[in-house]
Design a protein around this ligand. Structure first.
Ligand SMILES: Cc1cc2nc3c(=O)[nH]c(=O)nc-3n(C[C@H](O)[C@H](O)[C@H](O)COP(=O)(O)OP(=O)(O)OC[C@H]3O[C@@H](n4cnc5c(N)ncnc54)[C@H](O)[C@@H]3O)c2cc1C
Length: 520
């Protein structure tokens, strides 16, 4: 809890709100993770100047600063015990302008506090969309999306938000405003430090080999060392480094995003399988389709959804489902190939494909898909679908093998798990159901997470494919990347934030994932 003198000082720094009473701070003690942390104060600077002074002050006082967007993160990264900084959805931080479209795409300037859904609504009116189309669009902010390297079902075709981030503005821990589009704003410390780090990484063959092995893996884990190894010019490197940095390198204040034309002539095909691993194998078999999305929903998840809502007829089978979205001129023509591709790979769905080709029907299917997380949270009394290993990713070619292994792990732990996710790019949301009233919850969670992540890394995978880092996954960062690449990440952090005030514990931590756990 902040002292009265700290509150006074904070109030002198900003005209915005400074919250410190327990009932005011309460909503900011949680995000969508299993954690709870009590900040000393929540500060809402109204202008760039104020945010800058706030960071200078925090550095001088050695106070930690945790940026917070919509608080929809599932890894606890928006929680802190020092100052939590929320950019209000107004003024400097909420700009949404500079829309320009050309023959191939569009771009627009956005403030960090803008809701994702607002950006999509504006783009949709103009016939475009941001392909990093998160299912948390109504609650997450662009700053948070950038900081977590977010993506959505269409990452399969388009990739994550970093692919669409042309320019980023941020404030460093030392209180410098940096605009990647104006290199005169980049402090010399960063210019030279990044050049040095880049040169050393490019000369480090074993490290490059490790990075190469991860190429193509959808991952929101750690800093983007591949961008550093590519030797990108600073104006392209900085957006890539800030993306996925979970508030540990700077406070993102604005960005220029690129958008793509809306998908046309969409068709959704539902495939039903007896075994989940068969659905996993089908993903590889269907690669020649160039689908815009391939989603997986396990039978147990479908049953849980059915308890709470009426599902579209296309989701009628009591089976593990794959939702394959095809689009563009070739979309309809591809449907006929599906059965042949599956047969050639020896994958046998239990019934012929069901096709949804009306826009309304497709929207309904995606509506169900984007609500899954809300609908499965409390599947039965006492049980909680806790976010503990909820965003793993493996190379798609390894998906079926990984599914077999992870199901075995769940069986050995006598845990039922709901499984769904973006199977096309190997990203699974695993939601083991825990009896939160039974003793030894921390221990059970730790043992299960250790084994699941062990399997993920054996398959060359990642602890987080899209939701981003945070105290939940930070304990596994070194294991995922190895000592050497982990060391480069620590150096990068020290370069940007020598005193380590920005979101400590979100990326580097020694403690187990159950520290500060408080499931609700
Ligand atoms: C129902 C549901 C569905 C979801 N679906 C998806 C999905 O489809 N795809 C996906 O990728 N994720 C998904 N998520 C996870 C989450 O929504 C994303 O990680 C999202 O990008 C977080 O944005 P936020 O604004 O809520 O950030 P927060 O949760 O507030 O913060 C997340 C991280 O970003 C940092 N941060 C926030 N703002 C800034 C800033 N201005 N500058 C620097 N750092 C900042 C925080 O410090 C923290 O480290 C889902 C979550 C839920 C609850």
């Amino acid at each position: 809890m902040a002292t009265p003198s700290l509150i006074d000082k904070l109030r002198q720094l900003t005209q915005g709100r400074v919250l410190m009473k327990p009932e005011e701070v309460q909503p900011y003690t949680r995000d969508m993770s299993i954690y709870q942390m009590m900040p000393q104060a929540v500060v809402m600077p109204e202008r760039g100047e104020e945010a800058l002074r706030l960071l200078e002050f925090a550095t001088a006082e050695g106070l930690s600063v945790t940026p917070r967007g919509g608080g929809s993160g599932t890894a606890g990264a928006a929680l802190g015990e020092g100052l939590v900084v929320v950019l209000p959805d107004a003024g400097d931080w909420a700009q949404l302008d500079g829309f320009v479209a050309d023959g191939t795409g569009a771009r627009l300037d956005v403030g960090a506090s803008i809701r994702h859904s607002k950006v999509q609504a504006l783009l949709r009116e103009q016939g475009f969309f941001l392909p990093a189309d998160v299912s948390s669009a109504g609650i997450s902010c662009i700053g948070g999306n950038i900081a977590t390297r977010a993506s959505g079902p269409h990452a399969l075709r388009y990739g994550a938000i970093d692919r669409f981030l042309e320019r980023v503005q941020f404030i460093t821990a030392a209180g410098e405003t940096v605009d990647s589009g104006d290199l005169s704003t980049v402090p010399e410390r960063l210019v030279f430090g990044l050049a040095d780090l880049c040169a050393r990484l490019r000369a480090d063959r074993p490290a490059l080999k490790q990075l190469k092995a991860r190429a193509g893996l959808k991952s929101a884990s750690g800093y983007d060392l591949a961008a550093l190894a590519e030797g990108l010019p600073l104006e392209r490197l900085l957006p890539r480094l800030l993306a996925g940095s979970v508030g540990t390198l700077g406070l993102v204040t604005g960005a220029t995003l690129r958008a793509e034309p809306l998908e046309r002539d969409r068709v959704a095909v539902l495939l039903a399988f007896e075994h989940l691993a068969d659905a996993g194998r089908a993903v590889m078999a269907l690669q020649p389709l160039n689908a815009s999305a391939i989603e997986i929903v396990s039978r147990e998840t479908v049953r849980t959804l059915r308890q709470g809502t009426e599902l579209p007829a296309t989701m009628g089978a009591d089976a593990h489902l794959l939702l394959v979205e095809l689009s563009g001129e070739e979309g309809q023509g591809q449907i006929a190939r599906i059965s042949d591709l599956l047969a050639a790979a020896g994958c046998r769905p239990i019934q012929p494909p069901s096709v949804a080709d009306g826009e309304e029907e497709i929207k309904t299917l995606w509506g169900v898909r984007s609500r899954i997380l809300w609908m499965i949270r409390n599947p039965s009394p006492g049980y909680r679908a806790l976010a503990v290993v909820n965003d793993v990713g493996v190379p798609p070619a390894q998906l079926a093998g990984f599914i077999n292994d992870v199901q075995q792990i769940f069986d050995e732990h006598a845990v039922e798990a709901l499984i769904y996710g973006h199977a096309g790019d190997g990203n699974l949301h695993l939601r083991p159901l825990f009896d939160v009233t039974a003793p030894g919850l921390n221990d059970r969670i730790r043992r299960l997470a250790d084994e699941v992540y062990g399997a993920v890394f054996r398959y060359g995978g990642t602890a987080t494919a899209e939701h981003g880092m945070g105290p939940l996954r930070a304990p596994y960062l070194r294991q995922e990347w190895g000592d050497s690449l982990y060391g480069y990440m620590k150096e990068l952090k020290e370069l940007f934030d020598p005193q380590g005030i920005l979101n400590p514990g979100a990326l580097f931590t020694e403690g187990p994932l159950t520290d500060r756990m408080q499931p609700f």
